[in-house]
Design a binder for this molecule. Structure first.
Ligand code: GDP
Length: 529
């Protein structure tokens, strides 16, 4: 294959994920995005996430539903001249560390905000994660068909709470019952909103020029208001600047309604125009691997088990960093130093799993995993480097796990360590006692673990509450200080599933005191594999 066609494929690709607070409209916007990408005949067919009908502890039910939702784990679709990969970020009850880690595998993010609510908790957290890589962010202010907050105030809130500059690309004309459409600041055109068009691609009804008298004819008094507002907005807000966008310092902002399928295409236009093509990735040796490097490389950022009742296996999700995947090719799995032949990588086009013939940087492929692949694993064409930047994140919820049959302690530990290698939960063993502590980012993972311990390891376990607020991985440049710390803080120290030393804090105050008291010790919120 010539280098030319690799760079063509690379230049076409945009790989992104959606960050939002539950109910802001992620699922709805995904549907409309796929409608525009012509992956769905009719919007409204993306199933997924909660139905709200199952009890939270009913893992079998969850699994059945996940069997459906997982087909939307990764979605690839064409839009204009681009090929877009949208990676699903589990929300609601299935929110987990995977949600965070997926954000380290994309090149840009779409932030969806409910225009009536503004910036919410989950969005703040997810934005923090995107900052690890200064990922470029595009913003969609949703639900304009309802009464929203003052748009300028919304932008102010994004700027001050999320610490990112806003550059409005479109500006709304009215909202709720009076939502008339948006004015596109860069194209100097007004795009009028029609109701009842949510399920199909609609022709844009465009009026060129802000001074065009047709605007007055079509939207009456709103035209004069709009002219006034745009003057104000141009004075009060930032202009779009691609460099600042690519540095994660400025976000282009679009207004619309996902439900009404209005504005989603404007946002997609911006995405394919400005969002980065597959970015280089750094290795543990500090080397950059660019997408156009001819030899194949990629890393695993997520492992999913029992995805589909029909395929009771585990699938490792790999992001391709460089070169080309071809069916049947040999890859080198760097951590274990072995070559593996990959005959049947999967892709997840809306509906069924499909086998891929070839895939390129920015694409995600699924590898069948019988327990030999771990999160963070690098695959190459034979080179020995490992990619960095696919971390573990400190859990936010903790429980003590206890056996019903104490004789199975070994099995329990083995199960927990293996499950933690898949990245859904983490396990901690305190230095000072024989407890086993499970830590997770999302609450559903606790149920998943108990269910899987039973079905895969034949271990009956139950949880007890425990007084832990947070965990931090610890390290120090000074071995002596670390030893001293290990002695003095033993009551708060534990080993994780990979035997890394971790500080377990009963309260945030305790953690803050510890960081003050031990200035030579570094407390890390993430840990590299
Ligand atoms: P998610 O939790 O972020 O995936 O949110 P969903 O896409 O499931 O949306 C949550 C609720 O908001 C659903 O009832 C949607 O129908 C509704 N919704 C989403 N977008 C819009 C919109 O633009 N306007 C209105 N009125 N409702 C919306």
């Amino acid at each position: 294959m010539s280098g030319g066609s690799l760079s063509n494929e690379v230049n076409k690709r945009r790989t992104f994920a959606i960050i939002s607070h539950p109910d802001a409209g992620k699922t709805t916007i995904t549907e409309k995005v796929l409608l525009h990408g012509q992956r769905l005949q009719k919007a409204g067919t993306v199933k997924g996430k909660k139905s709200g009908q199952h009890a939270k502890s009913d893992w079998m039910e969850m699994e059945k539903e996940r069997g459906i939702s997982v087909t939307t784990s990764v979605m690839q679709f064409p839009y204009r001249d681009a090929l877009v990969n949208l990676l699903d970020t589990p929300g609601h009850e299935d929110f987990s560390e995977d949600t965070y880690r997926t954000l380290t595998a994309v090149d840009s993010c779409l932030m969806v905000i409910d225009g009536a609510k503004g910036v919410e908790d989950r969005t703040i957290k997810l934005m923090e994660v995107t900052r690890l890589r200064d990922t470029p962010i595009i913003t969609f202010m949703n639900k304009l068909d309802r009464d929203i907050r003052d748009p300028l105030e919304l932008l102010d809130e994004v700027e001050s709470v999320l610490n990112i500059m806003c550059a409005p690309i479109t500006w709304p004309i009215g909202s709720g019952k009076n939502f008339k459409g948006v004015y596109h600041l860069m194209n100097d055109e007004t795009i009028l909103y029609k109701t009842g068009q949510g399920h199909r691609i609609q022709d844009r009804d465009i009026i060129k020029g802000l001074d065009n008298p047709e605007l007055d004819a079509r939207i009456g008094d709103y035209a004069a208001d709009l002219r006034e507002q745009i003057e104000l907005v141009k004075g009060a807000s930032n202009e779009f600047d691609k460099e600042l966008f690519l540095a994660g310092e400025l976000t282009p902002v679009y207004f619309g309604t996902a439900l009404g399928n209005f504005g989603v295409d404007h946002m997609l236009d911006g995405l394919v125009q400005w969002a980065p093509t597959p970015l280089p990735r750094e290795t543990d040796e500090g080397k950059q691997v660019s997408a156009t490097m001819p030899t194949f490389s990629g890393f695993v950022f997520k492992i999913q088990a029992n995805m589909d009742p029909k395929h009771r296996d585990r699938v490792a999700f790999m992001r391709i960093v460089s070169g080309k995947y071809e069916k049947g090719m040999k890859m080198h799995q760097v951590r274990i130093g072995k070559d593996v032949r990959i005959a049947d990588a999967l892709t997840f086009l809306a509906g069924d799993r499909e086998h891929v013939e070839e895939a390129y940087p920015g694409d995600i492929i699924g590898l069948h995993n019988h327990g030999t692949i771990q999160i963070g694993d690098t695959f190459t064409a034979g080179e020995k480097f490992k990619f960095s930047g696919i971390p573990n994140f400190a859990p936010e919820l903790f429980r003590r796990i206890r056996l019903k049959d104490p004789l199975k302690q070994k099995q329990l530990l083995k199960g927990l360590v293996q499950l933690s290698e898949e990245g859904a939960v983490q396990v901690f063993r305190p230095l000072a006692n024989n407890d086993l502590i499970v830590g997770a980012v999302g609450v559903l993972q606790f149920d998943v673990v108990v269910h899987r311990l039973k079905s895969e390891y034949n271990v009956d376990a139950v949880y007890e509450s425990i007084n832990v607020a947070t965990a931090r991985w610890v390290s120090s440049n000074d071995e002596r200080k670390l030893d001293e710390f290990r002695r003095k803080a033993e009551q708060n120290l534990a080993l994780d599933g990979g035997d890394n030393l971790t500080y377990i804090a009963p309260t945030m105050v305790n953690l803050n005191l510890a960081t003050e008291r031990y200035p030579d010790i570094e407390f890390h919120h993430t840990r590299e594999h």
